[in-house]
Design a protein. Sequence first.
Length: 213
Amino acid sequence: MPKQVRRSLLFALPFQVVTIALALVLALIGFPIQVLLTVLLALTMWAPAAAELVFRTTLPRALQLHYLIFITLGPFAGSALNVYAMIPDWDTLIHFDSGVMLAWLGMLWVRRVEERVGTPLPSWFGLLVVQLTPMAFAAAWEICEYASDLIIGTNSQNGSLEDTMGDIMAGTLGGLFAIVLLVILRRPRTVAPASLVRAARRSGSAERTDAPH
C-alpha cells in the first residue's frame, strides 16, 4: 500500500474513533442515536484514502480535513445524532459548506489536469468546472438523502421540496463563495489550479492599477 494512502487512513482514524465512541455512549445513555448509520459514516471517512489508491494521486490535507469535518458535522451530527431535527438551519449551513468543499474538489481536478497536460487551461473553463462540481454533487446528495430517509429512517429532508431546493441552492452558493475566496485570497494554495491563481493575480493587479493614487 502506498505511503500516502496509509497516512490518509491514519489521518481519518481519530475522527472514526470519536464518532463511533460518542454514538455508543449516547446510545447507552438513552439518546435516540443512529448507531448503524454512524458505523457506515465512519467507513466513508476512508473515502480520501480510497480515492488516492484508485486514482493514484495525492489529496491535499486541507481537502481531506475539510471532508472529515463535513462528515462529522453533517451526516454524523445532523442525521446520526438528530441535530437536523433540533437545529433547523443546521442542514442549510452544512450544504453551504459542502459547496465550498466540492468547489475545492473541482479546483483540484482542474489542477491535476493542468499538471498532466503541462499547460494552464482557460480560466473560464476552470471556473465553470469549479462551480458545476458542487451543483452536480448537491443534486446527487439530495437523492442520497431521500434514499437514507426512505431506507434507514433518517429525517434529512423533512419530506419537503422546499428543503431539497434550498439545500441545492446552499451548495451552489457555497461554490460561489469558494471562488470568491480564491479570487480575493488565492486560497487554498494546495488545491487551486495555476490558471485560476494567475487569473486572480491579474485581476488584483488590474484593480491596484485602476485605483486612484
